[in-house]
Design a protein around this ligand. Structure first.
Ligand code: 0FX
Length: 249
């Protein structure tokens, strides 16, 4: 029996992975799911609620090394220590195409910087989103995408990659590809620096629309200006409706 630890902080992907595992029905694989100590909606899922499924990978490195054959990180908020990534095979499912979209919120920076975007499954090394690539694919990007619509396409691509490579990944039977040099890395700080609107800044409509749609993601309050009278922040979202979709309304 192969014991596989999955650390996952994303409910959407958890539900899809569970159904894939059930469909695969591999009797020799045993999956244990944990999440980080960062509250997300996965905590309310029946499989996690009141179950003490928080796992700190730094504190529990030795326990992981003793009890598991491999680790899978799925949108996991923790940075894995060197002892862990060097001691056991750790795989990451990343919502970006490495090395083009390393780091945080890849689709946001893909829209703003006109970069291709996709998903990657890779072995983890000591750097973030950097290890040998097992499989990756691009997704389409449209001029009417917001962060949310593009993100959803990337999440689907992640699951397609997992499905296509499931047996290879868990049997450890694949060839990897070293990521090309160069690429991009964006941090959470880079994201935060995009949020405040300077009302006196001038730019092309193309750049302004790109920035607005890159920061439009469902109900998240991202871009804002400060109302000069009251000093309150006013959040801005962009609605983009291609012609054919409008006709359906
Ligand atoms: O889980 P995740 O989709 O992914 C992020 C990083 O992008 C990824 O590289 C890392 N491996 C993982 C641990 O964390 O992040 P999320 O569920 O917090 O956010 C999903 C999207 O929502 C994000 O891509 C952009 C958008 N978002 C998120 C926050 C927190 C916003 O637009 N505003 C926000 O304040």
């Amino acid at each position: 029996m192969k014991r596989i630890l999955v650390i996952i902080d994303n409910l959407q992907q958890y539900e899809k992975i569970q159904s894939l595992i059930n469909k695969k029905n591999r009797a020799n694989l045993n999956f244990d799911f944990y999440h980080s100590n960062v509250p997300t909606d996965i905590w309310d899922h029946i499989d996690f609620k009141n179950q003490n499924k928080i796992l700190d990978v730094n504190q529990k490195t030795d326990w992981i090394l003793e009890n598991f054959h491999m680790v899978v990180s799925v949108h996991c908020y923790q940075f894995f220590p060197a002892k862990l990534v060097n001691g056991i095979r750790c795989i990451n499912i990343h919502p970006g195409y490495n090395p083009v979209n390393r780091g945080w919120y890849p689709q946001v920076f893909s829209i703003i910087n006109d970069l291709q975007i996709g998903a990657t499954i890779h072995e983890m090394d000591e750097k973030l989103d950097n290890g040998p690539i097992i499989s990756r694919k691009f997704v389409e990007k449209f001029s009417w995408d917001t962060s949310l619509t593009l993100y959803n396409r990337v999440l689907n691509a992640e699951m397609e990659l997992l499905q296509e490579n499931f047996d290879k990944i868990f049997d450890g039977n694949y060839l990897t590809k070293k990521p090309e040099t160069g690429g991009n890395f964006f941090s959470k700080r880079d994201f935060k620096e995009l949020l405040e609107i300077n009302m006196d800044e001038t730019d092309t409509y193309r750049n302004i629309i790109n920035r607005l749609r890159a920061l439009t993601h469902g109900s998240y309050k991202n871009m804002y200006y400060t109302d000069p009278e009251s000093g309150r922040k006013v959040y801005v979202n962009l609605s983009l409706i291609p012609e054919d979709e409008k006709e359906k309304d």
